[in-house]
Design a protein around this ligand. Structure first.
Ligand code: ADP
Ligand code: MG
Length: 327
């Protein structure tokens, strides 16, 4: 009988890890609603297909978009939908649920997340902060008296944290991550090529040819959109170096935040980080050149997690084991 489930309630993706089964659900954090009735039409992958393509009576929203819970009611409905999809009540006897939420969530939001999980069939509900669980999932042993540093670049937020003895010692949360990089690319294409592109097209450019290191990747991509000048469809060719230019300022903001955090890190832990390095996780870790960019500016070794998109979900599994042992 399944007893424990872990949920990564991310700004871009929700993942659910069921003990003994692994990651059983991985869907975008999107809800499509009927604007007239307010009724939820679809959730997750199905709703994601609608982003940027909705007629006026349907709206596709990302309730956690900026890392804070922008739309609480929708977050709750989305969470309940995903938990129901697992059929918790059917095959599990009231599982323990560990939910990871963004670092900026308020006490009221946490309370409501907890209630949603309880209503959906959870017995004990634990809440944890994402960077800690991401670090555990990425394979760092955060329970030892050593300094570990993790940079989690998600959709809405980049979380940078130094951990020791199982807890966050210092951290920063930046509302600049994958979504901001997409809009950077869209703005760049508009200004430089007079082409208007959607959020999803920009994301595709970032994933297919994007790089944060000048001269490191040499690829091109045909980008389609609407011509600013005559309003007609148009195609341009974009290069990897152009994506670097587009994303440059946002990457610099992440580097400054990391430097700032290092400067407030207790010296013993800072010295551990020089030895052990920094681990980058979250979808943003897949950006070409990101390890070199950070190590060049921070002067410490930088590693990319092997499973950046799954780390929080994997971390919940390990943390639930830990909680169980200590109870
Ligand atoms: P969250 O935890 O906020 O839900 P994720 O860790 O799931 O976020 O990461 C989602 C972000 O990662 C999105 O902004 C997405 O564009 C970005 N991403 C995913 N794959 C890649 C890739 N190959 N290259 C660059 N960015 C990526
Ligand atoms: Mg995340």
């Amino acid at each position: 009988m399944v007893k424990d489930i872990g949920i990564d309630l991310g700004t871009a993706n929700v993942l659910i890890n069921v003990k003994g089964r692994g990651i059983v659900l991985n869907e975008p954090s999107v809800v499509a609603i009927d604007t007239k009735s307010g009724r939820v039409l679809s959730v997750g992958s199905e709703a994601y297909q609608m982003v940027g393509r909705t007629p006026s009576n349907i709206r596709a929203i990302r309730p956690l978009k900026d890392g804070v819970i922008a739309d609480f009611d929708m977050t709750e409905q989305m969470l309940s939908y995903f938990i129901k999809k697992l059929n918790v009540k059917g095959f599990m006897s009231r599982p323990n649920i560990l939910i990871c939420c963004p670092t900026n969530t308020t006490d009221i939001e946490r309370k409501a997340i907890r209630q949603a999980a309880e209503k959906s069939g959870g017995s004990k509900v634990y809440l944890e902060e994402e960077p800690k669980v991401a670090a555990i999932g990425a394979g760092l042993d955060v329970f030892q008296p050593h300094g570990n540093m993790v940079i989690d670049i998600g959709g809405g937020t980049s979380d940078i944290a130094v951990l020791s003895l199982g807890d966050i010692v210092v951290s920063r949360s930046l509302r600049a991550a994958g979504d901001k990089l997409n809009s950077d690319i869209a703005n760049y294409v508009r200004n430089k090529h007079n082409l208007i592109i959607g959020e999803r097209t920009a994301e595709k450019v970032k994933m297919e040819i994007g790089s944060v290191l000048k001269g490191h990747r040499d690829e091109t991509f045909s980008v389609r959109g609407r011509n600013v000048v005559d309003g007609l469809p148009k195609t341009i060719t974009m290069t990897s170096d152009e994506t670097e230019e587009a994303m440059h300022d946002t990457m610099q903001a992440m580097i400054s935040a990391a430097k700032d955090l290092l400067s407030t890190t207790p010296p013993e832990l800072a010295s551990d980080i020089i030895d052990r390095g920094i681990v980058i996780t979250g979808g943003g870790a897949l950006l070409d050149g990101i390890d070199m960019l950070f190590s060049e500016h921070l002067k410490v070794p930088v590693m990319i997690s092997e499973t950046p998109l799954d780390d929080v979900a994997l971390g919940t599994g390990k943390l639930l084991d830990h909680i169980e042992k200590s109870n």
